[in-house]
Design a protein around this ligand. Sequence first.
Ligand SMILES: *Cc1c(COP(=O)(O)O)cnc(C)c1O
Length: 476
Amino acid sequence: MPGRQHLANRLLTMKYVSTRGSAPTLDFAGVTLAGLASDGGLYVPEEWPQFTKDQIADMRGLPYAEVAARVMEPFVGDCLTPERLRELTAKAYGRFAHKAVTPLVQLDEQHWVLELFHGPTLAFKDVALQMLGLLFEEFLAREEGSLTIVGATSGDTGSAAIDAVAGLDNVEIFMLHPKGRVSDVQRRQMTTVRAPNVHNIAIDGSFDDAQAMVKRIFADADVTATHRIGAVNSINWARLMAQVVYYFTSALQLGGPERKVAFSVPTGNFGDVFAGHVAARMGLPIEKLLVATNVNDILHRALADGDYSTGTVTATAAPSMDIQVSSNFERLLFDVGGRDGLAMADQMVAFDAQKAMRLTNAQREGAAALFASARADADDMAQAMRWAFEQCDEMLDPHTAIGLHAARTAGIDPTVPVVTLATAHPAKFPDAVERATGLRPPLPTRVGDLFAREESYVELPGTYEAVRAHILEHAA
Ligand SMILES: *Cc1c(COP(=O)(O)O)cnc(C)c1O
């Protein structure tokens, strides 16, 4: 079949380089198991694979799992055969509750929402983590290795990762959450999963404290000498790769690649919106990527005037966006700023010391070509939620509402369709939705008897020593 991308790419081995220029290059299996690069940077493909317009148009109307395989194939290189890749995408996306996997819903003449929450844990994290769990299993079985995943969560990553790896033989997962600071639904989605390889830890402290402990584990030579530590947050390249797919499927439904589409993305760690940048690099015509932030607006300031400086985090109704430092922004700065790893390392070391930096002219201009940004406060968020509910009969969660606010205020040409990524099911955040709309969204039946099941987790003091000792004692 002429024009099929996988035939052209199966001979290539995709190499991955670190944004900080001094870690070894790895292949796809290597970056999947590695997480963070050894020089502190993040792995990115050495070059972007390209699709022609015809190759993109050929994907129109195909099942989601097949488009996923075509988009992932050049990144996977020769680490999986095309047949095996298709088995994995079929299995990962077969678990979604909607036949379209990520259905597109129209709000009005210009606006659409892309529902990414039909996976097992009701947030878009499932789209990537269902695939990542299978990739871990595949690559570990091949080398008869094992992986100890250590992660921190403010809610959605934890449940999606636990669902994806529960019961796997060669994987242990330790998930830290800040005690009392995740919602009941979010905590129960993690703690009611009963599998011997799942270890939930509630720590005394904030999400930032939990995240800092995880970073120390990765850098703790005594731990890494005996355990291979894996990452499930979006520093892991395979997660971003899986998220590129729905930019293609949704653009194709709205007239792409002949017609440009804009996307509005509720942004925290800059992973989801970076996947849109990757889609554009691969040849998908994208009008604009709107980076939607809440009052924790470091990314909005960086994109608007080059000022990347951290403040204090304000807790909001959209907790997955309550972030100061967006790890994946480094991938963008590297890619649009000349791909100079050593310069990037200097810039990030200075940023770590001063908690502030200016973007270079190349970084600012490179980002401005595709990205715009907007900030929504609590009123903007509630208004967007009410508008969608009253005008369009669509209930949005707080994160998605912030994305819609950006979509409706960004001044996109009215002939260009704008897709807002719906990153969580409204029932994950019932209190905020009820406050804005007066209606409490019910949990979908697929999450079952979440509130009847028994929970299991340990509570630990917020010290590194306590967490480290617990992990070493319980890791296989
Ligand atoms: C994780 C998350 C986000 C932020 O995504 P990033 O890839 O970190 O930018 C937004 N909304 C929800 C509901 C999330 O779970």
